[in-house]
Write a protein that binds this ligand. Sequence first.
Ligand code: FPP
Length: 211
Amino acid sequence: MPAHVAIIMDGNGRWAQQRGLPRSEGHHVGNIAAHEMVYGALEIGLRHLTLYAFSTENWKRDTDEITTILEAMQCDLDQGPIRDLDVRQRWLGHPDKLPEELVQALRREERRTRNRTALTLTVCINYGGRDEITRTAAALAQAARAGDIDPHLISEDDFARHLPHPDMPDVDLLWRTGNEQRTSNFLPWHAAYAELHFTSGYWPDVDRRDL
Ligand code: FPP
């Protein structure tokens, strides 16, 4: 049984295109599939689930599409079905460019759910793996400059302690839907030893049984 499953939820756009629907419809149904993963994770007793919901690359998309994705997240945080489950919700990513209301809601839910124990759900929003590594290196450089750490003695453990969520365990299984065999800047530190699982179906078609 893996302790930590991380998912690249890919194929929302193609799922919609295939049906002659707007891409936004793919994201709406994809959002339901994300809820399914949370229900499934609770059912099988998974401790950590991490979802790649919005990458730093996603800002290149059409403004309407970006708004659809971010609004779905806002709606989930304010009144979604996950809110009352035994799920600790947290956010991995950077606040730059995100709507202030969304940042506030992400921080609010982190505070509100911080003592929950069954599942830790980490949602990556405005996340990029290299960005995470670069910021962690900068935090270590600050610590070295302040004299808190000797730069010659920096270890992997020291690095891990300066990551945004130092308690996040290594990823055991990284799953990507949508028929692309790439990891796309997702969790490069945590997924270094992960087993990779690529499936051809589109994200909106998955449900908890796939997990
Ligand atoms: C990739 O499909 C999917 C996204 C960029 C958005 C994923 C976001 C969600 C499913 C919402 C999740 C919400 C929560 C609260 C976790 P794509 O648009 O890149 O598909 P394509 O490759 O077919 O174009």
